[in-house]
Design a protein around this ligand. Structure first.
Ligand SMILES: *Cc1c(COP(=O)(O)O)cnc(C)c1O
Length: 227
C-alpha cells in the first residue's frame, strides 16, 4: 500500500475515534484533503483510495492540477487568500470557498459565478487569534457580514473557517474553536451547517469543539517544501 493510502486510512480512523470521543454522530466530520504544493499524482493516489474532496490555496497551481485531473470526479475547495483579480477563476473552477473575508470579494464571487452552476458554497474566515499575519474578520463584524452575504444570489453561506495560532496543548487548541462555535451558534443562523475547523496538528481538538470539515494536508501528503 502506498504511504498516502496508509495515511488516509489512519486519518479516517482518527476522525472516527474523535467523533466517538466527542459524542458526535459517525460520519458527521468530513475529511478535506489539502493538496497545495503537492503533485497531481498524489491527488490521483488519494482519489484511488476513495478521497473525493480536495483543497488548494494557490490559484494557478490549482488550475493546472484541475486540468490534469479533469477526468476525475473531484469536488474542489479553495482555502487560500483571495485577491480581487482572482475571483472570476475561483468562482468558475471551485465548488466551495472557505476563505471569504470581505464583502467586496463575496460580491465579486456571486457576480462572477457562472449562471449554469449552482450557488458557490462559502465559509467566512474568522480571525480568532488576532494575529496580524492571518486574514479573517473579527467576531464583531460577523453578524453584519452574514446579513450582507446571504443577500447575494449566487452564494450559499455554509459556515465559518478558522486557522488558530498553532499550539501543542490540547486544551489550548480547543479554546478558540469552542468560543467561535458558541458565538456562531448563538447567532441562530439556520443556514449555517459548516464549521471548517482543524488541520493536521489539531484535528482531535477541532472535532471535540464542533468541526464538520477538517482540512488535512501534511498528515496525508507529507511535509510541504515551499519554493
Ligand atoms: C495548508 C492549509 C491547511 C493544511 O495544513 P496541515 O497542517 O498541513 O494539515 C489547512 N488549512 C489551510 C487554510 C491551509 O492553508
Amino acid at each position: 500500500m502506498s504511504q498516502i493510502k496508509q495515511r488516509l486510512a489512519h486519518i479516517k480512523s482518527q476522525i472516527r475515534h474523535a467523533e466517538y470521543a466527542a459524542g458526535r454522530d459517525k460520519g458527521s466530520v468530513k475529511l478535506l484533503a489539502v493538496s497545495k504544493t503537492k503533485p497531481a499524482a498524489d491527488i490521483a493516489t488519494a482519489y484511488q483510495a476513495g478521497q473525493r474532496i480536495f483543497a488548494e490555496s494557490y490559484l494557478q497551481e490549482a488550475l493546472q492540477k484541475q486540468q490534469a485531473l479533469s477526468a476525475f470526479d473531484i469536488c474542489w475547495h479553495f482555502i487560500g487568500p483571495i485577491q480581487s483579480n482572482k475571483t472570476k477563476a475561483i468562482a468558475t473552477h471551485f465548488s466551495w470557498v472557505h476563505s471569504v473575508d470581505r464583502l467586496k470579494i463575496a460580491k465579486r464571487l456571486s457576480e462572477q459565478r457562472p449562471e449554469h452552476l449552482p450557488a458557490l458554497n462559502i465559509c467566512l474566515q474568522i480571525n480568532i487569534s488576532d494575529e496580524q499575519s492571518k486574514s479573517g474578520i473579527t467576531l464583531q463584524v460577523l453578524p453584519m457580514l452574514i446579513k450582507e452575504v446571504t443577500q447575494l444570489p449566487k452564494l450559499c453561506l455554509r459556515g465559518v473557517m478558522a486557522i488558530p495560532e498553532p499550539n501543542t496543548d490540547f486544551e489550548q487548541q480547543c479554546k478558540p474553536y469552542r468560543e467561535l462555535y458558541q458565538t456562531v451558534k448563538a447567532l441562530n443562523q439556520v443556514e449555517i451547517d459548516t464549521f471548517s475547523f482543524g488541520m493536521s496538528g489539531d484535528l482531535k481538538a477541532a472535532i471535540m469543539e464542533g468541526s464538520t470539515i477538517v482540512r488535512i494536508g501534511s498528515a496525508l501528503f507529507g511535509e510541504r517544501s515551499y519554493k
